[in-house]
Every structure is written in C-alpha cells, then in structure tokens.
Design a protein around this ligand. Structure first.
Ligand code: BEZ
Ligand code: FE
Length: 309
C-alpha cells in the first residue's frame, strides 16, 4: 500500500519523501508477483540511493551518459553490460545465490565474454596451444560424482588466453583460430588429460566505459591467471569454472571477483627431460592434477535453497 500523499480527489501526486511508494503504486494488480517483487525492491533501493547521496541533476546525467555509452559499446562480440556486472561483483553474487550444490562439488565462477561454442573436439593428450608461445603445461585428472565415482563421457570445454594475454577471438588473423580451445571427453575411468601452456594474468577489455570506471575508482583491470572450463555430463549439473595458478600476484584482487579458494590448484614445475620428451615438451614444464566433482541434477537448487535474510 502506498504511503504517498493523497489529494482531495484520491489521486497520488509525486512527492520526494514517498517517491518509491508513489511509483510502485502504479504497478498494475495483474502484474506477475515475481516482477512486482523485483521491480519494487529495485525501485525502493534506487530511490533510497538517490536520496542518501543527494544526487545532483548533473551527476544523474553523467550516469545516464555512462549507461548510454555502455549500451552503444555492445555488439555481437562485445558485451559491456556483462563486463559492468562482472566488475561490480553482481555476476558472482547472482551465480552464488543461484547455484546451490552439495559440499565438495566443484564451484562455479564467471563465464566471461570469451567462450565460443564449436571449439574442436580433441583426443585426450592433444596440445591446444597452436602458437607455440608460453611455458608448457600438462593438465590431467578425473571427473567424479559426489561419491567419488568416475563420470565417463563427461565433456570438458576448455579455453584460455595465449601467452600475450589475449583470447584467439580478440586477435583474429593474428592467432590461429581456436588457439587454446578444445573439447575433451572423459574415458571409462572418468579421466581426461591435455597439453597447453601455463596461464598468465591479463586485463579484461578496458578500452570502454567499464575501463574508464575502473580507472576512476583506482582499480586495475587484471584477472588472476586461470584456465576456463565448462564441464558437462548427462544427469549432472553443468559446472562453469576455472583453475587458478597459486603464484599469480592478482589472486587476491581479481578484477571480476572470480577467485575462490577451492579453485586454486597446485601447479608443479617438473624438470625431467625424459618425461618432457615423452610429452613433446622441453624441460622444465608445468603439471597440474585436477579433479572436477559434479553434483547430480536432483541434488542442486537455485536461490530458493538459500535462506532469505
Ligand atoms: C574472462 O575470464 O575471460 C573474463 C571474465 C569476466 C570479464 C572479462 C573476461
Ligand atoms: Fe578468462
């Protein structure tokens, strides 16, 4: 029920003190309950923020111009609004609330804008680094369920930047197509393995409005070094995740808040020329062993499983 001032005719006019109530009172009775809830909470909070900061008309116009330019930067291959959501921590918050999984399951983190469908299907052991740059790395492990039983036939869609810190799609014509991308399938024991290069930190695209905002806030645009994975298997909840290197200086200040303790892996430096030769590497090389734990679809839930405040 609105607490706005009623006129003698029963009409409600705008009034700064009860502004959100007046706006919310306009929502039609037949509006879906969920849309009504979301919009009224957002309207309440935005009006409260405007009031609390005593926002000036000039500042409001700066905000409008920022959002306008953010929209204008969006195209089929650039999504500046998702980037904005990422740097404000909103992507991670929504994901955290919407992905309840049993303890021990591999955790999600940000998808990011550089995933592409249709990466080549690869045999286990394939080397996805096609430009020969970087320190060689072998990644091996298993996909298992919450009881530790192997998940055979799971797919692992992998992508990463090259050693210059760019994804192939950011450097079309410079990097080989599908450089550092591949889709692997687990064997009967749930095992997978592939060769690549050790990931390094890199900046998120910072030549747009989000980059300007980060600069204004005194923030850097760097992501902690990581490999991306989407791990899928029939009957299991799909995991969108990363493996982080433990030695990256941006681990505690990832630009999009994507780091979780459980996703930091142990990367070992191996100085074994014979093993290097077997892998068609030169010593020393890096090795990381990593298991993914998938939760069954019936054991997961969205934010209805997380108690409301
Ligand atoms: C990425 O890891 O590819 C990424 C994630 C969020 C924003 C930009 C890039
Ligand atoms: Fe990335």
């Amino acid at each position: 029920m609105s607490e706005g001032k009623l006129t003698s005719t029963g009409l409600e006019f705008f009034d700064a003190e009860h502004s959100a109530d007046v706006v919310n009172a306009r929502t039609a009775p037949e509006t879906s309950a969920r849309l009504r809830e979301i919009m009224s909470v957002f309207i309440n909070h935005i009006h409260a923020a405007v009031r609390e900061t005593r926002l000036t008309s000039e500042e409001w116009m700066t905000g409008i111009e920022f959002l306008t330019k953010t929209g204008q930067m969006c195209s089929d291959w650039r999504q500046e609004f998702i980037l904005l959501s990422d740097v404000l921590g909103i992507s991670m918050l929504v994901d955290a609330m919407d992905h309840y999984r049993p303890t021990g399951s591999t955790e999600n983190t940000v998808l990011g804008p550089f995933y592409v469908t249709g990466a080549p299907r690869c045999e286990n052991g394939a080397n996805i680094c096609l430009d020969g740059k970087g320190e060689p790395l072998v990644v091996a492990g298993r996909v298992v369920d919450n009881d530790g039983k192997p998940v055979a036939g799971a797919t692992l869609d992998v992508w990463a930047t090259n050693d210059d810190g760019f994804y192939d799609v950011q450097q079309k014509g410079v990097q080989p197509e599908h450089n550092l991308r591949g889709v692997f399938t687990t064997d009967a024991e749930g095992q997978y393995w592939f060769r690549t290069v050790k990931p390094r930190f890199y900046p998120i695209p910072d030549d747009g409005t989000v980059g300007k905002l980060l600069t204004a806030l005194g923030r850097h645009p760097n992501r902690a070094a990581h490999l991306h994975f989407i791990v899928k298997a029939p009957g299991f909840d799909t995991v969108v995740t990363h493996i982080f290197t433990p030695d990256c200086r941006y681990l505690a200040e990832d630009a999009v808040f994507g780091v979780k303790q459980s996703l930091i892996a142990d990367f070992q430096k191996i100085d074994d020329p014979a093993e290097a030769e077997r892998l068609e590497f030169t010593a020393p090389f890096w090795k990381v062993e990593w298991n993914f734990v998938l939760a069954r679809c019936e054991d997961v839930g969205g934010n209805q499983r997380i108690p409301h405040e």
